[in-house]
Design a protein around this ligand. Structure first.
Ligand SMILES: Cc1ncc(COP(=O)(O)O)c(C=O)c1O
Length: 436
């Protein structure tokens, strides 16, 4: 057993669930073989603690590092923030500078609060909406973190959240009293959304959703959500934690000309340094003064300094356009290789957050074997590709060549019905599960 696997084995005994983020569990990708720990990361390259080097063609810091790992401009701004004192009794002026910049990019908004993680920022947004409306019910679509307001949807049925990115999220420990306060609807299902509105109309505080994730909005879907929420005075919250900064400079909703009452950013806004922003209109945001929302480390300097430097670079280098270009290249590479090798796959997602599914009963076994084959060739690769500015032509070309060989192997194994025989370990998990 190499050092990585030894350390992971030890972690499992000391840290319940072994990591702090479900997507960083090796069981989600290649149980027993995914290199759990890294020594160094730069650009789109990662060295594990056994000194193996990989090109990351998977999640790039689970969506946080749009510019690539250890980006020199962002790191330089962070170093300066550290030299000036990252924390003090007084506030850092970067908070105000960042608010100005965010409002310039999103002219519909004129007030901001800050947090440091996506899930907690979403909890802040939901608290503000509930405080404003003085109602409890939230209608939502998609994944928004681990907090009680969201997980309580699974108190009604353990499967309520299953269509929303992560399956099997267990609500144990979430107060039973929250049952009936959050109801999911599927993206693009206008009918289901309108039915929920009809059913809970008088008690709804907010509608929470990503403006886009794995599918583009059907004509009229976002517009209907906006029209109905406006008419009824409900707070529309767009979660831009993963979608933001990738499709355009700023929120993805800017592309659709549909504007929420609150938008929430995290992850990519600061390229690997903890930072989150909740922006909105003053008539809604000002309610944050009438409910207690406050935390010490939401005031430190590194997050806003990193966000300012990240946004500057995203703008200067026209990063969103670049991500679309290389993401499209990867999507067509997948399709071409699958077609050539007679492998059934479905490609989805925006180019910047691309995804494919193996269309077979043994979908997860195929995904696991794909990751195993790619790892051997020096790539961290799953069924998703999160494009970054650090992915250059040479990385994409080398990756697509390896994908082609892996797809050929998979197609042959599927044809022979012996896919699992080639797996060195167990099949990967598809969602949240207790670890053995
Ligand atoms: C759309 C969306 N919202 C919220 C979150 C939660 O963010 P965090 O993991 O920073 O708490 C995520 C994370 O994947 C996300 O994709």
């Amino acid at each position: 057993m190499n050092r990585t696997q030894q350390l992971y084995k030890k972690a499992k005994k000391m840290i319940p669930g072994a990591t702090q983020l479900l997507s960083k569990r090796p069981e989600m990708h290649l149980p027993g073989f995914w290199p759990a720990y890294y020594k160094k990361a730069k650009g789109c390259e990662i060295w594990d603690i056994d000194n193996n080097k990989y090109i990351d063609m998977s999640y790039m810091g689970i969506g946080a590092c749009i510019l690539g790992y250890a980006d020199k401009d962002v790191d330089c701004a962070v170093r300066k923030a550290i030299e000036k004192g990252s924390m003090a009794t007084l506030n850092c002026p970067e908070e105000v500078e960042l608010a100005d910049l965010l409002f310039k990019i999103h002219p519909w908004a004129n007030m901001a609060r800050y947090a440091r993680c996506g899930g907690e920022a979403m909890a802040v947004a939901v608290r503000i909406a509930r405080a404003k409306r003085q109602k409890d019910i939230v209608l939502f679509c998609g994944y928004h973190g681990w907090h009680d307001w969201y997980l309580c949807a699974n108190l009604a049925s353990n499967k309520s959240l299953d269509g929303h990115l992560l399956t099997g999220l267990a609500p144990r420990g979430v107060p039973r009293g929250l049952r009936g306060t959050a109801f999911p609807f599927a993206y693009n299902d206008t009918k289901a959304f309108l039915e929920l509105i009809e059913k809970y109309n008088n008690n709804i505080a907010a509608v929470v959703m990503e403006p886009i994730r794995n599918y583009y909005p059907n004509p009229g879907f976002l517009e209907t959500v906006r029209k109905v929420t406006k008419k009824l005075g409900l707070i529309l919250i767009f979660d831009e934690v993963s979608a933001g900064w990738r499709l355009t400079l700023g929120a993805a909703h800017l592309l659709f000309n549909v504007y929420p009452d609150i938008a929430v950013f995290a992850k990519g806004i600061s390229n690997g340094y903890p930072m989150a922003a909740i922006i909105g209109k003053n008539d809604v945001m000002n309610i944050a003064q009438d409910t207690f929302i406050s935390s010490t480390y939401w005031t430190e300097r590194i997050g806003p300094a990193a966000a300012l430097a990240t946004i500057k670079k995203l703008k200067d280098k026209k990063v969103a356009a670049y991500l679309s270009e290389i993401g499209s290249e990867v999507q067509s590479g997948w399709k071409q290789s699958a077609g050539k090798n007679h492998l059934e796959i479905t490609v989805s997602g925006t180019p910047a957050l691309s995804h494919f599914n193996f269309d077979y009963d043994g979908r997860l076994a195929a995904k696991t074997l794909f990751t195993q084959l790619m790892l051997k060739e020096g790539f961290l690769a799953t069924d998703s590709f999160y494009a970054s500015y650090a992915h250059k032509d040479k990385h994409i070309k080398a990756y697509l060549k390896a994908v082609d060989a892996a797809f050929r192997f998979l197609a042959s194994a599927i044809k022979k019905g012996n896919l699992k025989k080639h797996l060195k370990g167990p099949v990967c998990h598809s969602g949240f599960k207790r670890l053995a």
